[in-house]
Write a protein that binds this ligand. Sequence first.
Ligand code: SF4
Length: 129
Amino acid sequence: MSTPYYLPEDKVPLPPPDAEVFTTCCDYCIVACGYKVYRWPVGQEGGVKANENAFKKNFPVGALGRWVSPNQHNIVMANGKPHHVVIVGDSDTEAVNLTGDHSIRGGCIAQKVYNPSKPTKDRTGFKDL
Ligand code: SF4
């Protein structure tokens, strides 16, 4: 049996201005840092200008600016169609981690959602976000 190659993503789509936005929290520990989930159909993509993406930021941002890593992106089925999801720390939260900070563990919660092309393929339920 051969070992499958791991080909990491080297590009992450930006959510378009009309992406759906949900708030959620990390469930890895009792802190429950806040996150925002941006969801939009596969086939659409936001642009690098502030008026072309849901973050309302010009990209690339500075070295310490908010950017989206490949671990913060995934593809899910929603309403019967494939959708992009980008899950990032919620800098608007009024509860904990007010600046949208998070640990490396929580920062990767986008990888927990079911995707038959990723390690979550061994999960039998929770296929929709
Ligand atoms: S992001 Fe880290 S610190 Fe925050 S709730 Fe998740 S595990 Fe806990």
